[in-house]
Design a protein around this ligand. Structure first.
Ligand code: ADP
Ligand code: TRP
Length: 337
């Protein structure tokens, strides 16, 4: 087994055209930190084929893919330090997925959350495409091709990584080989599940409870201004709760001015500050934190040739690693080409 104890891999599905702060703090920021750790070797990719479970319009898909690529590059992804590519440009992902489907049971696939949730919402298997059902198998292939040690993602991806481990174990056991090392989920307790602006559920683009990063300032301002706070506080002079209050969770993450956050929290608890001031200050902190990334994104959007080159270079490097694993797997199962 060629375990790569320093190898890190993660992917992101371009199911929307821009990332939100939940994605950023839960996934992108930890990924960039690992990229900047010179003892690690990082592979990050845009899982464009995964987006087909929901996006069936060519123009929208293209826009989403480009959007997420630009987001990542502007937020600090450095193609000199990590291998950055598009899933569809490395055909070994789909090739391995077909093989891996044979080492997991239908019953286990039926227990996957994404499938079960969809089944509950849409009532009936007729409305669920097989891409969604198979999604975790393609994700297992995405991971196992690179034999990584760790997968930095948010909490909602944990079950997928557990399934990947099960598939790897089944495969290894079947052939009495240690082909696939078992990948570890790298999920932060603090930021692995950031609450949405509704104060109830995880921030998620499909729930409309997000705060964006690259949207127009007016949009971000509105998202922040409509954020849920302490529901028991009727007026600014009522003492408010800070713990678990989404607006203060965001302040802790975004606001670089610690003294300001401490002051706002103590005034909030004492009933000496209104929600509007707390939100205004969060909006200003958001501007400070993402201003440079927003500028970089504008510049990059005007240099799409460079973006294409970066992805081609990434696909080339990723393809070498992925094809080597696929060749080993074909040999183990008795298929040679
Ligand atoms: P969304 O739920 O908005 O569709 P994705 O499923 O595209 O987000 O998630 C992309 C990455 O961001 C994944 O690694 C996921 O675990 C992480 N992520 C998504 N939402 C959150 C959140 N609210 N808190 C922390 N991480 C998150
Ligand atoms: N399922 C992940 C998401 O929705 C994206 C993804 C696809 C992924 N393949 C992966 C993440 C492999 C980590 C490793 O964001």
């Amino acid at each position: 087994m060629t375990t790569k104890t320093n190898r890190i891999l993660s992917g992101i599905t371009p199911s929307g055209n821009s990332l939100h702060i939940g994605n950023y703090f839960g996934a992108v920021k930890p990924q960039i930190e690992l990229q900047n750790d010179s003892s690690k070797e990082t592979f990050y990719f845009v899982a464009d084929l995964h987006a087909l479970t929901t996006v069936h319009d060519q123009k929208t898909l293209e826009k989403n893919i480009l959007g997420v690529v630009l987001d990542y590059l502007s937020l600090g992804l450095d193609p000199e330090k990590c291998v950055f590519f598009r899933q569809s440009q490395v055909p070994a992902h789909t090739q391995l997925a077909i093989v891996l489907a044979n080492y997991i049971s239908f019953g286990q696939m039926q227990r996957m959350h994404a499938f079960k949730d969809k089944l509950q919402k849409d009532i009936g298997v007729e409305s669920i495409n097989m891409g969604l059902f198979n999604y975790p198998i393609l994700m297992a292939a995405d991971i196992l091709l690179y034999k990584p040690f760790g997968i930095p993602v948010g909490e909602d991806q944990r079950q997928h990584i557990e399934l990947t481990r099960d598939i790897a174990e089944n495969f290894n056991r079947t052939y009495q080989q240690e082909e696939f090392p078992l990948p570890e989920p790298l999920i932060s307790k603090q930021v692995g599940k950031i609450v949405g602006t509704d104060g109830q559920r995880k921030m998620s683009k499909s729930l409309g409870n997000t705060i964006g990063i690259f949207e127009d300032e007016a949009v971000i301002r509105k998202q922040i201004m409509s954020c849920f706070t302490d529901p028991n506080r009727k007026k600014a002079t009522d003492p408010g709760k800070v713990d678990g209050n989404p607006i203060f969770i965001y302040h802790d993450l975004i606001n670089d001015n610690q003294d300001e956050v401490t002051d706002l929290k103590s005034r909030y608890q004492a009933g000496q500050v209104g929600d509007v001031e707390v939100k205004e200050k969060l909006f200003l902190a958001h501007q400070r934190m993402f201003e440079a990334a927003r500028k970089r994104r504008l510049a990059l959007a005007n240099d799409l040739e460079l973006v294409t080159k970066i992805l081609a270079m990434g696909a080339d490097k990723a393809g070498q690693v992925a094809n080597a694993t696929l060749t080993e797997v074909y040999k183990i199962i008795g298929v040679k080409n």
